[in-house]
Ligand binder design. Structure first.
Ligand code: SF4
Ligand code: SF4
Length: 308
């Protein structure tokens, strides 16, 4: 495993939140925008960015890093990440840092997961901005530049366009894998305020499908899932074997569950059965809510009486 980035390859990053969670709108750049930048091991600021890391992770980042580290996704989340809130109240995750702010994956030689390092680290000092106009079906991708005083890579003379830089950093593969997820986040953002706070269950579902792929696999292989969804044995075999296939399947399932898109076939009668089960759960929740409200009222009345 190489811990050292090759010359001219930025191992490093950061301090750039994913743009869809950032309220400031920086100057938007297009793929043909040319800029001077180079990052290499001999540079005076080597590792400085990883020692002040603020890296929001995407679903595909987790798959790549947990495999590189030889652990499952639940363990990766526990050891290396902290929660953060994305737009539309959606749960996000960031890389955990030391008390001093350093990424736990940085070593004196560079990034210990280099080659499988996250999207934001690859893009740096470019940021990705996914946007969707209200009246348009497809989202647009724009870019912006992050210029931080500690980063001396901007003083280097190597010129390249954003398009060339993305390819050199292996970003297209990451953006392609995460594309449906960006769509889900953008769609949630655009529908969020009109439908209010998402339920805990839908947030947990989003979290599991987006970040905890090994737990999601157990969910998909469960008997109750198989009773509900009409998938072939070949599809189940593929989902058992491939994290990438499972991730894409999870995005389709999220679109079905969160936005009622018809993306995964249901078994005959499963829709009605689920509606019945949901109605029962809904009625039980309502009863619990009423009981909680009554208990609070009684408690308040007792406090008022005691105060008298
Ligand atoms: S994952 Fe690697 S490149 Fe990204 S901040 Fe950590 S050490 Fe640096
Ligand atoms: S601060 Fe900039 S130039 Fe220095 S190591 Fe990090 S990305 Fe490379």
């Amino acid at each position: 495993m190489s811990n050292t980035p090759p010359n001219d390859a930025p191992a490093l990053n950061i301090n750039a939140d994913l743009p869809f969670q950032n309220n400031t709108v920086p100057a938007m750049l297009e793929p043909d925008h040319s800029f001077c930048f180079s990052c290499h091991k001999g540079i005076s600021c080597f590792n400085d960015c990883c020692k002040q890391a603020d890296v929001t992770l995407t679903p595909y980042d987790i798959i790549r890093m947990k495999r590189k580290l030889g652990i499952d996704s639940s363990e990766f989340l526990k050891q290396y990440t902290v929660p953060v809130q994305l737009d539309a109240h959606l749960p996000g995750i960031k890389l955990k840092t030391s008390d001093a702010g350093a990424c736990l994956l940085v070593t004196e030689e560079g990034c210990s997961v280099y080659g499988d390092h996250p999207t934001a680290c690859r893009y740096y000092p470019i940021g990705l901005m996914n946007m969707k106009k209200q009246d348009e079906k497809d989202e647009e991708q724009h870019y912006f530049k992050v210029k931080e005083p500690h980063c001396k890579g901007h003083d280097e003379s190597k010129a390249q366009t954003i398009a060339e830089y993305r390819v050199a950093q292996g970003v297209p593969e990451y953006d392609d894998m995460n594309h449906s997820w960006y769509q889900i986040v953008l769609k949630k953002r655009s529908t969020g305020p009109t439908v209010g706070m998402p339920s805990d269950t839908s947030l947990q579902f989003f979290f599991m499908c987006s970040y905890d792929v090994d737990r999601f696999r157990r969910f998909v292989m469960s008997d109750s899932f198989k009773k509900t969804y009409d998938l072939t044995a070949d599809t189940y075999a593929m989902l058992a074997d491939s994290d990438e296939a499972l991730l894409r399947f999870g995005f389709d399932l999220q679109k079905q569950v969160l936005f009622a898109e018809d993306s995964i076939p249901l078994k005959a009668g499963a829709g009605e059965q689920r509606m019945r089960e949901r109605k029962e759960v809904w009625e039980l929740r309502q009863k619990a809510e009423i009981a909680r409200y009554q208990a609070e009222q009684e408690q308040r009345e007792r406090e008022v009486t005691d105060g008298d």
